[in-house]
Design a binder for this molecule. Structure first.
Ligand code: UD1
Ligand code: UDP
Length: 357
């Protein structure tokens, strides 16, 4: 069985890491990793392959830094040529980025079956590029691995149901458990930055709806500045560029650091008193590591976190942000549920794929 895996952006390296590890144990399975190049800085790409021991991509298309149309178009062209050469039995795509959609479209047009990991997520906000990518990828996919019952229901509402929709749990839980142990042994980021357990808030911001809107960014920073605690912000290159372009002032209590590798990120998450983020993955990781989370968005795909009381939506409202940052909004009891499966999503995905073939 030959599988071509498409990755390109940071969260996809993390998701693919655990599935690739499981695929490597299947005799007669060959996985060919195609990196689109969507993320290309060493600390947005190479560091994950190195420290998570992901097999090196067989191909890197070097497509990144363009507009959505440029990136997606160039990726489809490059991926199609590789599929024609490699003739895979299956294509595996992850999440909701431009790389995901490009991989799915290139495959279906060549009649190669597509399996989508993290299918069925919806924000119901069609202005998000990710929402368009998810919907189109789901409708082009032959096998849909969904993390939750809500995701399965979202697909059903769009007419996608049947045995090819499989609830497997969330591969990010597998990653949090497997690499979480490694992070405890290997990360010294707290020491490097003179941080103490529960002595800081961790924040990430990169979502287009925030970074592309100066008013929202100013309002988020106003909310941050009203808080008495120090906020550590590993900064996404996109956010760094927008701060410079818009001439935004970063509040004095916000310490901006370069993007960090996964092991350091897990260590920062586990030891934070609270996490403030607009990232999809970081919202779930806050839950896995039992840290209260506030989400700097108006809606979330991960609605079960809000329902459980582990996460609250504050948008870019400075008042809501400052109030939420100053109060620990949930107790430890909210983290007891198994919202995202049992931590063996990768095993289930690989069993299903090998049985089908
Ligand atoms: C992308 C995904 C988003 C995901 C995020 C994860 C899409 C539409 N969006 O958003 O769903 O949450 O990745 O981080 O696919 N840049 C660099 N160096 C890099 C990577 C990016 O400088 O290594 C800068 C470039 O200016 C680039 C910009 O960031 O143009 C945006 O990058 P892009 O990959 O298009 O979108 P993200 O915001 O990273
Ligand atoms: N992450 C990381 N280093 C950072 C910021 C994030 O390793 O400096 C990890 C984070 O732990 C999570 C993933 O990147 O596993 C989330 O990616 P991102 O927020 O870029 O994208 P999203 O999940 O929103 O698509």
């Amino acid at each position: 069985m030959k599988i071509c895996t498409i990755v390109g952006a940071r969260p996809q390296f993390i998701k693919a890491a655990v599935v690739s590890r499981a695929l490597a144990n299947v005799p007669s399975c060959v996985e060919i990793i195609i990196h689109t190049g969507q993320h290309y800085d060493p600390n947005m790409s190479d560091i994950f392959f190195d420290e998570m021991e992901i097999p090196k991509p067989a191909y890197n298309l070097g497509v990144g830094g363009g507009t959505h149309g440029q990136n997606t178009g160039r990726m489809i062209e490059g991926i199609e040529a590789i599929f024609l050469k490699e003739q895979p039995d299956f294509v595996l795509v992850y999440g909701d980025t431009d790389s995901t959609l490009a991989g799915a479209l290139a495959a279906v047009k060549l009649h190669i079956p597509v399996a989508h990991v993290e299918a069925g997520l919806r924000s119901f906000n069609r202005k998000m590029p990710e929402e368009i990518n998810r919907v189109l990828t789901d409708h082009a996919s032959d096998i849909l691995f969904v993390p939750t019952k809500t995701a399965k229901k979202n697909l059903l509402d769009e007419g996608i149901s049947g045995e090819h929709v499989q609830i497997v749990g969330d591969v990010m839980l597998d990653a949090a458990r497997f690499y979480g142990r490694k992070a405890e042994e290997e990360s010294n980021i707290l020491k490097r930055h003179s941080l103490h357990k529960s002595g800081y808030i961790l924040a990430t911001i990169h979502r287009a709806e925030n970074t592309n809107d100066g008013d929202r960014m100013r309002s988020i920073f106003k909310g941050f500045s009203a808080c008495n605690d120090e906020i550590i912000l590993p900064i996404h290159p996109r956010t760094q560029k927008m701060i410079s372009n818009l001439g935004l002032a970063v509040p004095g209590n916000v310490r901006v650091i370069d993007p960090v590798g996964y092991l350091d990120m897990v260590a920062l998450e586990k030891n934070a008193m609270l996490i403030a983020t607009d990232s999809g993955g970081v919202q779930k990781e806050a839950y896995f590591h039992e840290v209260p989370c506030i989400t700097l968005r108006d809606e979330t795909e991960w609605v079960e976190l809000v329902d459980a009381g582990a996460n609250i939506l504050v948008g870019a409202d400075s008042e809501k942000i400052s109030v939420a940052l100053s109060s620990k909004h949930c107790g430890d009891d909210v983290f007891s549920g198994e919202l995202y499966g049992d931590g063996d999503a990768a095993g289930k995905i690989v069993s299903y794929l090998s049985a089908g073939l």
